[in-house]
Write a protein that binds this ligand. Structure first.
Ligand SMILES: Nc1nc2c(ncn2[C@@H]2O[C@H](COP(=O)(O)OP(=O)(O)OP(=O)(O)O)[C@@H](O)[C@H]2O)c(=O)[nH]1
Ligand SMILES: [Mg+2]
Length: 422
């Protein structure tokens, strides 16, 4: 029997995702038409003998999450529960805190998946790889290749080229260590908790010596990457399974557009029914496009490539949309043009207006390039990025909004360029 844990984090972690995470928890933000973690859940349910999926995070219980849990359990016919940490316990502390729940029913192994990644999730391949390892109790990290420069932003893995044993693990090194990076997708055996427990005991001792007050609480914060993997490396316990299948982090809003593109292209294989097709009565579709069945699209609109249109969206005559995510209830009035942008829930874009951003795609000429995690400002200036309209934003007719971020509930009265509109 197998289980899976999805680490969904909590409210303060979504800061790079503002203003979009104001309205919906980031793990539920739609990527290629479905909530981000639905892709994880679907991948888990395809693993034979998967019995339960646990979401672990520090969000207060909320309606959006409960509704998602109900509908996902119905759709995938598997128990899915949310376990709430009393505080942010870190990527290792969260699962350690809930070890009894994870181990109940005695699973032989369990997957741990970071919510903020998009991937083909080669979980069956990781299982098969684990079974080939010399030690039946070994743990597996999914690895991917990055270029030398970008590898520094990730957890870097030095592995034995024959056995794939992890010899060194360094999280975000300051100088080059390895181009094999940690994808945030793991296969653990129950024995992982002994190793996390060792870290816990050690930190607790240190903290007690230090101040003697709340050492116990602070020791519960454990990072899998820096605290556990670093210590496990070179001890014959930790292995890396390298994949060439698609993988990306979803940190910034810009990376959500890129992740949508990756999942939409996967749909042509595994969910062709989710891709819009050209028809005489429908709009012109270019490349991969997702349209929610309740959206109303004028037949003279031109959509794609890489466009996702949410529930109840209205798209008027002559509208062009490319490389964008249009969230539920938004309205694109006649002849608007939307490029490299995210249009928030219930926003309205007036006739002939143009909403445009600058993509942050990985270098297409470098097979190992990843999306750069944008910094909002560089040298005191806003770096050009995708345009984001928060929820319920109103853009008047005939204006241009370029490389800007508009906070929720704003009613703009003119054009803007390279600005954060508060
Ligand atoms: N349950 C839980 N999940 C967490 C916690 N901290 C982070 N996560 C989740 O674990 C995943 C990895 O978290 P991070 O390492 O902070 O995120 P990251 O994108 O790797 O960012 P950096 O490591 O800062 O570059 C994300 O999906 C987070 O939402 C935590 O304290 N508790
Ligand atoms: Mg991390």
């Amino acid at each position: 029997m197998l289980k899976a844990v999805i680490l969904i984090g909590g409210p303060q972690k979504g800061t790079r995702f503002r203003p979009l995470s104001f309205e919906v928890p980031k793990p539920l933000f739609p990527v290629a038409g479905v909530p981000m973690i639905q892709h994880h859940i679907e991948a888990c349910t395809k693993v034979p003998s998967m019995k339960e999926i646990l979401l672990v995070g520090f969000y207060q219980p909320n309606e959006a999450l409960s509704r998602f849990l109900v509908s996902a359990q119905q759709e995938f016919k598997i128990p899915i529960r949310y376990l709430q940490e009393y505080a942010a316990l870190g990527t290792g502390g969260g699962i350690y805190n809930f070890r009894d729940q994870i181990l109940s029913g005695s699973p032989e192994a369990f997957f741990v998946l970071n919510a903020n990644v998009c991937s083909e999730f080669p979980l069956p391949e990781m299982l098969a790889f684990q079974q080939q390892c010399r030690d039946p109790h070994s743990f597996v990290i999914l690895g991917n290749t990055a270029n030398r420069k970008q590898s520094l932003n990730y957890g870097c893995i030095v592995a034995n080229t024959e056995t794939c044993e992890v010899l060194h693990y360094v999280e975000k090194p300051s100088t080059f260590v390895s181009e094999i990076i940690n994808c945030g997708i793991y296969l653990f055996m129950p024995a992982i908790f002994q190793h996390i427990g060792e870290v816990f005991q050690r930190t607790q001792q240190e903290l007690l010596l230090e101040d003697g007050t709340n050492g116990w609480q602070r020791a519960e914060v454990i990072r899998l990457e820096q605290d556990v993997f670093t210590a496990l490396a070179g001890r014959g316990k930790l292995y890396v399974y390298k994949t060439d299948s698609f993988w990306s982090q979803i940190k910034s809003a810009g990376s959500a557009i890129y992740a949508s593109r990756l999942y939409l292209s996967q749909y042509s294989q595994c969910h062709p029914e989710r891709l819009a097709r050209n028809s005489p009565e429908g709009p012109t579709i270019r490349g991969n496009v997702y349209i929610h069945p309740t959206a109303s699209i004028d037949r003279s609109a031109v959509l794609g490539p890489n466009v996702s249109i949410g529930k109840g969206v209205t798209v008027g005559a002559g509208v062009h949309v490319r490389e964008s995510i249009i969230l539920h209830g938004a309205s694109l009035q006649d002849h608007t043009c939307v490029l490299n942008s995210i249009v928030g829930w219930d926003s309205t874009i007036g006739r002939w207006a143009r909403v445009e951003g600058t993509p942050s795609d990985p270098n297409p000429n470098d097979p190992y390039a990843k999306i750069d995690s944008e910094t909002l400002f560089r040298d005191g200036r806003l770096t050009p990025s995708i345009t984001i309209l928060g929820c319920n934003v109103t853009i008047p007719a005939e204006v241009v909004i370029l490389n800007s971020i508009v906070l929720p509930h704003k009613e703009l009265s003119r054009s803007f360029k390279n600005q954060i509109i508060l």
